[in-house]
Design a protein around this ligand. Structure first.
Ligand code: 13P
Ligand code: ZN
Length: 271
C-alpha cells in the first residue's frame, strides 16, 4: 500500500488549502472543499474495506452511493492542512443507504466533515447532471466578493453585468454568469438545496454576506473561477466610487463573445 500523503489528489488539496489561506480567502475555519475521487484513485493508498467509523450525512445522498470524497473538516483551519492533513481532512465514501458516510481516512481527532456537506454533495449531484466530469466543489470567503454582496443589487443579471464590465477576461471565464442567493443560514440542507439548484445553471454561486461557491473538473478550474470573480469584484470595489472614464460596453462584451465563441447569457446584455 502506498503512502496516501504522496497521492496526487492529496497534494492538490494541500496546495489549494494552503494557497487559499495565504490569499486571505479562508480566515479561521472559513471555507471548505470536496474533491470526488474514483475507487481506482483511492485503492492504491487505502484498504477500502476498512471503514474507521461512520458519520451521518444529514440528508439522503443515495445518488452518490459508493462515491469517494476528500473533504475538509468542520472547524478546521485551511492554514493547518499542510502540517497535519490527517486531522484536518477526511476521505469518505457514501454508503448505499445514502444517509451515512463511511470514514476511510482522516479526521484523526474524532472530527467530522464540513458543516456545509449538504451544499457540497447536493452541488456535486447538480453539477454531475450537467457535466459528468465535474469533481470539485469549493467554498471560501474572499474579501472583495463578500464586500460586493453587501453593497450591490443582488440579482444575477445585475451582479453578472457588473463583474463582466470590470475586466475583459470576466465574460470569457464565466460566460454563463453567476448565480446569487440572498442571505441564508449556512450549514443547512435548505442552503444546500438552493445552492445546488443554482449549480445546474451556473458554476459560480454567491452567498450574500457570506462567500462564494465554485465548481470544476479540477481544483485548478474551480479555483480559477473563484479567483477571477474575486479579481473582478476587487476592481469594482476599488473604483466604483470614482468617475468611470473608460468602460467596457455591451457591444464590447458582444464582440468578446464572438471572438471567443462563447455560449453566454444573452439576456444579461442590453443589445
Ligand atoms: P466548516 O468549518 O464547517 O467547514 O464551516 C466553514 C464555513 O465556511 C461555513 O460556511
Ligand atoms: Zn462559509
Amino acid at each position: 500500500m502506498k503512502d496516501i500523503l504522496t497521492a496526487p489528489f492529496m497534494g492538490e488539496m494541500i496546495r489549494h488549502t494552503t494557497n487559499m489561506y495565504r490569499l486571505g480567502y479562508d480566515e479561521r475555519n472559513g471555507g471548505n472543499i470536496s474533491l470526488m475521487l474514483d475507487e481506482s484513485e483511492v485503492a492504491p493508498y487505502l484498504d477500502t474495506a476498512n471503514v474507521l467509523r461512520t458519520i451521518p450525512t444529514g440528508f439522503d445522498a443515495a445518488v452518490l452511493a459508493g462515491k469517494y470524497f476528500l473533504v475538509t473538516g468542520t472547524g478546521k483551519y485551511f492554514k493547518n492542512v499542510e502540517v497535519d492533513p490527517e486531522t484536518n481532512l477526511g476521505l469518505i465514501r457514501i454508503a448505499p443507504d445514502g444517509v451515512t458516510a463511511e470514514l476511510l481516512w482522516g479526521y484523526k481527532d474524532g472530527g467530522s466533515f464540513t458543516s456545509e456537506l449538504p451544499a457540497h454533495l447536493m452541488s456535486h449531484i447538480a453539477r454531475l447532471s450537467v457535466d459528468p466530469e465535474n469533481r470539485v466543489i469549493m467554498h471560501c470567503h474572499p474579501d472583495y466578493t463578500l464586500a460586493m454582496t453587501g453593497v450591490h443589487e443582488m440579482t444575477e443579471r445585475a451582479v453578472t453585468r457588473t463583474l463582466w464590465q470590470q475586466m475583459t477576461e470576466s465574460i470569457v471565464v464565466f460566460p454563463e454568469g453567476v448565480g446569487v442567493l440572498p442571505w441564508m443560514v449556512c450549514g443547512t440542507n435548505a442552503i444546500g438545496e438552493a445552492t445546488a439548484e443554482k449549480m445546474k445553471q451556473y458554476r459560480i454561486v454567491l452567498w450574500t454576506l457570506h462567500g462564494i461557491y465554485g465548481c470544476g473538473r479540477t481544483m485548478d478550474e474551480a479555483f480559477g473561477l473563484i479567483e477571477t470573480v474575486e479579481k473582478a469584484a476587487k476592481q469594482y470595489m476599488i473604483k466604483a466610487h470614482l468617475p468611470q472614464v473608460n468602460v467596457i460596453t455591451d457591444a464590447d462584451l458582444l464582440a468578446l463573445t464572438e471572438r471567443f465563441n462563447l455560449n453566454y447569457r444573452k439576456d444579461f446584455l442590453d443589445l
